[in-house]
Design a protein around this ligand. Structure first.
Ligand code: UDP
Length: 327
């Protein structure tokens, strides 16, 4: 298939691009490199550009005769979305609308969207299933939910088939050690903990120890980035014209911030110094996926079903790339 991958030089995008190429797909990566890394994708696949430029998007879809779009490009920091919502509405909603309108005009009929468990807000019950009411508590979740709704409205009207994957916490790195997670600034827990293990940070700050969870710290469902990539491939293969589907993608087990730190200490053999801090705005106490639907309907089977091997794969990357992709 001829596939355009927006945000394909980013963390989840690049792991998906790697898998798509391995399966013989014809991939064009579109990325403004604001968060992505050109080293994360083959140079001959990368087009540097921004979704604000609708004409460039239109041109790319046309000249490459794109048959499917996987849309990763977005801003994805919960905390930042609270302090700078304008960035999130621009990048995640307006730029996505630009893309979707060009997709519609060019008659592309397959669309896979990176959604998030942040669309559920503070769920009444855990695990979260796809029918759990969606009520985001931060601008990041609001923008992702708004685009889900836009897709649902566009699909039947313009014969666009789509799948929205609601990711839980993407983590880990490629098994072959070639690509991994490198954000600047880094805000995600596992890379921060591993940077502390490498001595690149003095300590890890725990954002809140008074949550209504077993040890008082937030609980998240950490899903390996290669399992997430595999979900995109399956999603693409199962899309039906004019119809949409929504799937949670997680392992179905939650780990607290303290458990992540402890696991990282075991994996790295290093003592990680911890500072107990206050809650970060926008964080729900516990997000754990009920992911039976994607297993049953798409036959998805995660290779990583516990935290430890996920942290091991992340550690392999961080050890070998203490400065990430470098400058
Ligand atoms: N977290 C933390 N200290 C950090 C970074 C994150 O305690 O330095 C917590 C954060 O509050 C959340 C969990 O770790 O409960 C996972 O955060 P992350 O930013 O990795 O992912 P998110 O859940 O926001 O997508």
């Amino acid at each position: 298939m001829r596939i355009l991958v927006t945000g394909g030089a980013g963390y989840i995008g690049s792991h998906t691009v790697k898998l798509l190429l391995a399966r013989g797909h014809d991939v064009t990566v579109f990325d403004n490199l604001s968060m992505g890394h050109k080293q994360a994708v083959p140079a001959d696949r990368l087009v540097v550009g921004d979704l604000r430029d609708a004409d460039q998007v239109d041109h790319l879809l046309m000249v490459n005769r794109i048959e499917a779009v996987i849309h990763f490009a977005a801003s994805a920091f919960v905390g930042e979305s609270v302090t700078n919502p304008a960035k999130y509405y621009q990048n995640n909603l307006l730029n996505s609308l630009n893309l979707l309108d060009r997709v519609r005009r060019q008659g592309v009929t397959r669309f896979v969207f990176s959604s998030t468990c942040a669309t559920y807000g503070v769920p009444e019950t855990v695990p979260i299933t796809e029918t759990t009411p969606q009520a985001p508590i931060n601008p990041y979740g609001n923008t992702k939910l708004a685009f889900e709704k836009m897709l649902a409205d566009y699909a039947p009207a313009y014969n666009i088939g789509f799948t929205a994957l609601r990711y839980f916490n993407a983590s880990g790195a490629a098994a072959d050690g070639t690509i991994g997670e490198d954000h600047d600034p880094e805000t995600h827990l596992i890379p921060i903990v591993l940077q502390a293990a490498l001595g690149r940070r003095p300590h890890v700050e725990i954002f809140g120890t008074d949550y209504p969870t077993p040890d008082g710290t937030c609980v998240r469902d950490y899903i390996h980035v290669e399992d997430l990539a595999a979900a995109h491939l399956l999603a693409l293969e199962h899309i039906r014209p004019g119809a949409g589907a929504f799937y949670n993608v997680g392992i179905g087990t939650g780990y607290s911030v303290r458990e992540v730190i402890r696991t990282a200490e075991e994996v790295t053999g290093k003592r990680i110094s911890v500072k107990e801090g206050t809650r970060r705005a926008g964080d729900p106490p516990a997000l754990v996926a009920g992911a039976d639907k994607i297993r049953q309907e798409l036959g998805w089977q995660p290779a990583f079903t516990t935290l430890r091997p996920i942290v091991e794969s992340a550690w392999n990357w961080h050890k070998a790339h203490p400065n990430g992709y470098g400058k």
